[in-house]
Structures are given as structure tokens and as C-alpha cells.
Write a new protein. Structure first.
Length: 335
């Protein structure tokens, strides 16, 4: 049975600026900060670990000397088995900073380190040969990075075409993605097997949402929001969202969550047996999947600040500071 959980009370409100970035996998959490003088990583000592900045399978806490004097952020490059981590070095003081350097460490057999075919393992943070970046996101062994000038680069695992470069071979070095002529890139969202890009048309000023990689199927319709493709193609945004502009996209393995400029939350994809989409079916019926973004009826009157998706579950932060969870709770991950 689908159930929603509210984890906060009026005296324990949270803010979307409390953690940056907020990311988690099916069994581990990673909280980062935009302004630290050193980065300490530790191994979980128990089956459930919520310590900030924890890196699984390391023997003991340590400070990385290569990056200890920099202002760093980090993200796992694999949401299920985070054996690769990407670090990026920020200038301080501004919310929209230029990323000066990118460091990677861990496993790179699928190109996710961006160090070339020979870069299959890096036990120490190693600089990726790419500069002048504005934003970076790591997915299931693939990475998307946007330059300050608005260009998009990808590297890493590409078996489903999630790199958006027109083929399905692994991408071992940062490669430019040139599909957005006449559009300015707003933001990028990287999922396990797919990538979304939101753009603004330079002439009409309308928003478009592009997708590449694995599509979210729905056997009941041929009008899917996404399509399985190795190049970025426009989604059917007009059909499902009309003029609504999306400010955040959170793709998971089988489903996706959108948050609009009006702070409304939408889900689509495969619902699964645990109710990953949050839509309560009518009595005696099931909702196996939803073809495109749709608001959750019981949450339509709530404004959302942020959300994050795990393997079949979602954690959403409201503008009022409440945390609402739904979906898979086999391991108690809904709190």
C-alpha cells in the first residue's frame, strides 16, 4: 500500500540551503557543502550510515592532500555502487561560480574518469583536462559538464546513449555535445541511464526539455514523454506540461521527478510495486506506469523546494520545511 511520510514537525523545519548538494543512492547518503577548507571521507562502520561526506569501503577517515586546500564539492559517479567520485573546485563567494578544476578518483573502466582509455583506475584525485566549467553532474558512471559559455560536455558509460553524442560506445574523454543550436542551456540532470537538459529558445523564449538515453516506458500509450535515443531529442513537453517551466529534474532508474517554477511536483515513469510515482490507484486497480509528467493529486496544493530520488523512493522538501517521503521502504529508507 502506498503511504506518504512527513519526517519533520513544526519545530524541526529544514531549508533547501541546508545541504548542497543533496544526493543519495539506494543505501548511502552524501551531504556536501560549498565552502570547506578540507575534505574528510570515511567508511560506513554499520549497515546504515548517514555521516556527511562518507565514501564506502575505505578503511578509515583521511584527508585528501591533493584537494585539502580547495573549496570542494563532490558527487558519486554511480548511484547504486559509488566506486567513482568526482570532485570540483569552486571559487567562493558567489552562488553561480566558475568551476576551476575537476578531479576524479576511483574506477574508470567505462570512461567515467574522463582520463582516456588508459585511465581505468585512479587511487588519488586526478585532474580531468577540462576547464572553464560552470556546472557538473555525475550519473551511473557517466558525467555531464556545462561550460561557463553554455557548452555541454559528456564522458563515461554510454551503453544506452546517455552521453548524447550520437553513438553507444564508451566516452573516455570529455566530448562536446552539439545538439542545442538556437537554445541556451538552463540546467542539466543526469540519471542512472539517461540525461535531461532544459533549454530556452533564444527567439521564442519558450522552454524545451531534451532527453537522451533510456526512455521511461508506458505500454498504454505511444505518446511517451521520452524516447530511447543516443542523441538529445526534444521531449513532448507541450503535450504534458504546456507552458509550465521546469526548474529542477531528478531522473532515477525507472522514474523521474520534476519541480516547476511554481514549486509544483510532477512524476512519471514506472510506478513499480512500491508506488515510486506517488499516485494512489483507484480501488481494485493498479498504476503500472505514467507516460509523462503528472502532478500527484494528494500533493497538488503543496509547494516544493527540492527533492531527491533513490532506487524506487523519493524524499521531497516542501517550502514550509516539511520532508515528505514515498515509495520503496524495504530497508527503512523512508524514515
Amino acid at each position: 500500500m502506498l503511504a506518504f511520510r512527513c519526517l519533520t514537525s513544526p519545530t524541526t523545519r529544514l531549508s533547501s540551503s541546508s545541504f548542497s548538494p543533496i544526493s543519495f543512492s539506494s543505501s548511502s547518503y552524501c551531504l556536501g557543502t560549498r565552502n570547506v577548507s578540507s575534505l574528510t571521507l570515511s567508511s560506513p562502520s554499520a549497515s546504515h550510515n548517514v555521516s556527511p561526506l562518507s565514501l564506502p569501503r575505505l578503511g578509515s577517515p583521511f584527508i585528501l592532500p591533493e584537494v585539502s586546500q580547495r573549496s570542494m564539492c563532490m558527487a558519486p559517479a554511480h548511484p547504486i555502487d559509488p566506486s567513482t567520485f568526482v570532485f570540483w573546485d569552486h571559487k567562493t563567494g558567489k552562488p553561480r561560480e566558475k568551476i576551476r578544476q575537476v578531479f576524479v578518483m576511483g574506477s574508470g573502466e567505462r570512461g567515467q574518469l574522463g582520463l582516456g582509455p588508459q585511465g581505468v583506475l585512479s587511487v588519488n584525485p586526478t585532474r580531468v583536462p577540462i576547464d572553464d566549467l560552470h556546472k557538473i553532474q555525475a550519473g551511473h558512471n557517466h558525467v555531464m559538464a556545462m561550460s561557463k559559455g553554455g557548452k555541454l560536455f559528456s564522458w563515461g558509460y554510454n551503453e544506452n546513449g546517455q552521453g548524447g553524442v550520437g553513438h553507444r560506445d564508451q566516452i573516455f574523454t570529455p566530448t562536446a555535445v552539439d545538439n542545442f543550436e538556437g537554445h541556451a542551456i538552463e540546467h542539466v540532470a543526469v540519471g542512472p541511464l539517461q540525461t535531461f537538459v532544459a533549454t530556452t529558445n533564444l527567439k521564442t523564449k519558450k522552454q524545451a526539455i531534451w532527453h537522451c538515453g533510456m526512455a521511461y516506458p508506458d505500454p498504454d500509450t505511444h505518446e511517451l514523454f521520452t524516447s530511447h535515443t543516443a542523441v538529445f531529442r526534444k521531449t513532448k513537453k507541450k503535450k504534458y506540461l504546456g507552458p509550465t517551466r521546469i526548474r529542477k529534474m531528478i531522473p532515477a532508474g525507472d522514474f523521474c521527478v520534476f519541480i516547476s517554477n511554481e514549486n509544483k511536483l510532477f512524476t512519471f515513469g514506472i510506478n513499480g510495486e512500491h508506488g515510486a510515482l506517488g499516485h494512489i490507484p483507484p480501488p481494485g486497480k493498479k498504476i503500472p506506469s505514467i507516460a509523462g509528467p503528472m502532478a500527484i493529486p494528494v500533493l497538488e496544493d503543496i509547494e516544493f523546494a527540492d527533492a531527491a530520488c533513490g532506487w524506487g523512493h523519493t524524499v521531497a522538501l516542501t517550502k514550509d520545511g516539511d520532508v515528505i517521503t514515498w515509495g520503496n521502504n524495504e530497508h527503512g529508507q523512508l524514515g
